[in-house]
Design a protein around this ligand. Sequence first.
Ligand SMILES: Nc1ncnc2c1ncn2[C@@H]1O[C@H](COP(=O)(O)OP(=O)(O)OP(=O)(O)O)[C@@H](O)[C@H]1O
Ligand SMILES: CC(C)(CO)[C@@H](O)C(=O)[O-]
Ligand code: BAL
Length: 281
Amino acid sequence: MTAIVRPLADLRGRIRAWKAAGESIGIVPTMGALHDGHLSLVRAAKAGCDRVIVTLFVNPRQFNNAEDFAKYPRTEHADAALLAPLGVDALFVPEGAEVYPPDHATVISVSGVTAPLEGTHRPGHFDGVATVVAILLNMTQADRAYFGEKDWQQLQLVRRLVADLKLPAEIVPCPCVRAEDGLALSSRNQRLAPDARARAAALPQALFAAAGRIEAGETPGAVLEAARAGLEAKGIGPVEYLELRDGETLGPAQRGRPARLLVAAWLDGVRLIDNVAVALP
Ligand SMILES: Nc1ncnc2c1ncn2[C@@H]1O[C@H](COP(=O)(O)OP(=O)(O)OP(=O)(O)O)[C@@H](O)[C@H]1O
Ligand SMILES: CC(C)(CO)[C@@H](O)C(=O)[O-]
Ligand code: BAL
């Protein structure tokens, strides 16, 4: 079983010893309920760092919906057991009051990259993410931090945060891990009833098909309108957004730059997100 570590003073003691021995530290920030997507980040961290800390904190500040926070799966001991065979050095599970003591007064807000998409549909979410990521990087004094491309806009936010605040950690992006039918693995998938889970594969299928049509030269607006209607006809909806964006700034997509097609849609009361690269013709 991987050691479950709290409070911060305990973690800091371990970090001091590792740093004194000249060892590098990688972190994988998570909200727990670990699956193969998280484990792929852990494997990347193990390959790139001497010591690996997985952080588990269900961050209340990034939930703009109290029911979503209440229902978020909490499986700390199962998570520690899953990490054991991977040789993780610590599962850091800070208490809420240690991350946000009652006199906590600092909010980090990253503009630009956070404005559209998730930023529009989950007000306050990205301030919560930016604030907690800065706190976790400082708590762990990580040399490298591993983030999944499944949360594409979050990854661009973290890159901006680290660049703007001159934080010393290197941000390492990791590809999205999918189920056999193409659905991006996500802790929230657990909430899908079996029939809804079977229908969920239509989301990545529509996303990849739309990306292919845009790459083949069809007009993005028409392709995306048809894809949205197709999803809603299959009972996947409402589609909150299905948009082609610049892959880095999340502004309008531009020829000659990497573009990204991003989607968020509801299925059976569960909000699914996904994204794919698009090479503009
Ligand atoms: N399928 C996946 N492939 C690669 N990385 C992933 C995948 N799912 C999650 N991650 C990454 O794991 C890290 C922790 O994510 P988180 O704990 O929120 O998991 P999640 O499954 O995305 O949960 P949620 O249901 O909140 O979306 C993030 O960097 C996220 O991008
Ligand atoms: C990065 C993160 C752990 C911050 O709470 C969270 O947003 C997540 O799990 O992707
Ligand atoms: N994986 C992103 C965290 C969230 O949805 O709140």
